[in-house]
Write a protein of this length. Structure first.
Ligand SMILES: C[C@@H](C(=O)Nc1ccc(Cl)cc1)[C@H]1[C@@H]2C[C@@H](n3cnc4cc(F)c(F)cc43)C[C@@H]21
Length: 390
């Protein structure tokens, strides 16, 4: 198990220049596909212009139906999934409830190969959708851009890139996971304390990076066709099934790193009052790339960190564990603040201007869930995970 965790923590390393950043979940993909597939990238890149000119649907319907068999390797497959997810979004935005087979068949087959749903997920629009302007420069906001643009222009770009930078800041905690498991196995409190302190500082770094997001409005463009009034039965994937299929839209709950810390620290979202959130978090694991899902299961099945710390009489060790939990509570509190400020308040203001009653229950987040209640529930369960320091 430890070998698997060690292997996964270098699974998607960046190239050497970024070797300092152990980005298990972030993927530095190519910007191009082999010539025959470049039509997907080209159409996806031109989405904003073509949608504005009302040409997108026609261009999409003229795409050749391509087999996915000549996509070489994981990085090309992830770039192709990202490009097809953008094309699918654009096509559904043209008020279509049937995705033509020239898009639906390769998208469905590629999604199955990657263990992803045939819809845009967090791993597409955040973890894969980025490049450095100057390849030799560092991974800072000013030296980065998204591979594909979306309506909302700089807002959606900012939203995705800040999410990525939060992930990158937190990902530096990944490299200590094998040391944490080794310390628990060897009952080495000193080593465990050091590693937990390192995790806490990485999550605090992520919290500080998250505070950049006040600059960018939260984008709610992410489309869902599950419990969605525009596509009440879901989307028909022509050539795959005549029965419409429902899939949830992109969501923070699809952030593998968001769930990784809960798995590592043994924070269980299973109490009856957040059963709905626990089910949603579990469901969103099916919206993560297979290696991420397997990694989370490996961490959760292996992690007895909480049990070891709870049963220890080393107060400093309990404090180090609680520092990790407090850092998670901070980032989740901030997430709630930002959602309140950029989604709830504007939405309520908009509804009151239109004379409509709005309530939390009507607010839908980027994942088609009631984002506010979900985030509160996750934050409260995290708070309850604090250990007595006596
Ligand atoms: C800006 C936010 C967002 O909602 N991004 C988003 C949502 C949907 C889509 Cl489709 C695309 C982007 C980003 C979420 C996911 C990440 N996160 C949430 N809690 C976390 C706890 C951690 F410890 C941690 F390290 C990361 C954590 C960062 C913020």
């Amino acid at each position: 198990m430890l070998k698997m965790v060690r292997r996964w923590t270098c699974l998607e390393w960046r190239n050497e220049e970024e070797s300092s950043v152990n980005c298990i979940f972030i993927l530095s993909i190519k910007e191009e596909l082999p010539d025959r597939y470049q039509v997907w990238v080209k159409l996806a890149k031109n989405l904003p212009t073509l949608v504005e000119e009302g040409q997108f649907r026609e261009e999409a319907e003229q795409l050749p139906e391509l087999s996915i068999d000549e996509l070489q390797g994981y990085k090309e497959q992830r770039l192709a999934h990202l490009a097809l997810s953008v094309i699918t979004m654009g096509y559904v935005w043209q008020d279509r409830n049937v995705l033509p087979r020239n898009i639906a068949v390769p998208f469905w087959n590629l999604s199955e190969k990657l263990g992803l749903p045939p819809i845009m997920v967090y791993a597409d629009c955040v973890l894969a959708n980025w490049k450095k302007k100057d390849p030799l420069g560092s991974m800072t906001y000013d030296n980065m851009d998204t591979l594909f643009a979306f309506p909302g222009g700089d807002c959606s770009k900012g939203f995705f890139l800040v999410s990525l930078l939060v992930e990158k800041a937190a990902a530096s905690a990944m490299k200590v996971i094998p040391d944490i498991f080794e310390a628990v196995k060897k009952k080495n409190s000193e080593s465990l304390k050091e590693s937990l302190q390192s995790v806490a500082s990485s999550v605090y770094e992520a919290y500080k990076t998250f505070q950049l997001v006040h600059v960018y409005l939260f984008s709610l463009f992410c489309f869902s066709w599950k419990n969605c009034s525009l596509l009440p039965k879901g989307l028909i994937y022509e050539g795959v099934s005549e029965i419409p299929k429902e899939f949830a839209g992109g969501s923070a709950a699809q952030s593998s790193i968001m769930q990784c810390f809960d798995a590592l620290l043994g924070i269980q979202h299973t109490t009856e009052n957040d059963e709905k959130s626990a089910k949603y978090l579990e469901e969103m694991r099916n919206y993560m790339p297979s290696p991420h899902k397997i990694f989370l299961e490996a961490v959760a099945s292996h992690s007895s960190v909480r049990d070891f710390v709870s049963s220890s009489d080393d107060i400093q060790l309990k404090k180090a564990y609680n520092e990790c939990v407090k850092a998670l509570v901070h980032i989740r509190n901030y997430h709630l603040q930002v959602v309140n400020k950029y989604i709830i308040s504007p939405s309520s203001k908009q509804d009151s201007e239109k004379g409509q009653k709005s309530s939390d229950d009507e607010v839908k987040g980027t994942g088609g869930t009631n984002l506010l209640i979900f985030l509160r529930s996750v934050r409260d369960t995290t708070k309850r995970a604090l250990l007595e320091e006596s």
